[in-house]
Design a protein around this ligand. Sequence first.
Ligand code: 6GU
Length: 234
Amino acid sequence: GPVRVDIFTIFPEFFSVLDVSLLGKARTSGLLDLGVHDLRGFATDRHRSVDDTPYGGGAGMVMKPEPWGQALDSVVTPASTVIFPSPAGEVFTQRRARDLSTREHLVFACGRYEGIDQRVIDDAASRAEVIELSLGDYVLNGGEVATMAVVEAVGRLIPGVVGNPESLTEESHEDGLLEYPSYTKPAEWRGREVPPILLSGHHAQIAAWRREQQIERTRRVRPELLPEELREVD
Ligand code: 6GU
């Protein structure tokens, strides 16, 4: 069946972009079943507050546990995977995107302010698998942009979402290396020529050249990604 995704946020309008493009199509064609929910709808007090001051003091506000408990209780089952976007989480990778694309139900809990009361995460982990995911080593204002990135990376791996499945395996990171450079017509533009090998029709030589380019680019830009056997001392 389709992959079910539920997103909880205080900015549901953020996610209207998921109505368009590839993921919009995945939704209308029934491959992706997406629900976006306003966390404030689960607040119980008159002011619908979702945050409060931190125990122990410190700057900023912490998201209160009660609305999050009600929100997650409304969708989470033992078959769910609950994702808390957080700069303190594990770094999100293509490997993790592949893993998440095989799951039946993903729940994203978008935190704002200085974070969510830790008991919400601990309680969710007692009912379902919990993964804290970071986009990388920099700070965003909340989990919404990270959730968008994860939903896009995972959504395009759902079988049938990307028309030509070959375009999935020929990308950066799928084989552990960065992509080779791409060219299209015209053969000369602003005095710059397309590498002649690409016009030669020699498929094996083209494949070898592209592999070389991948290795060279990876060595230059992301040397830590290079497998041992491709590392050379200079
Ligand atoms: Cl997932 N959340 C926030 N707030 N900041 C981040 C992040 C996530 N990933 C990198 N920076």
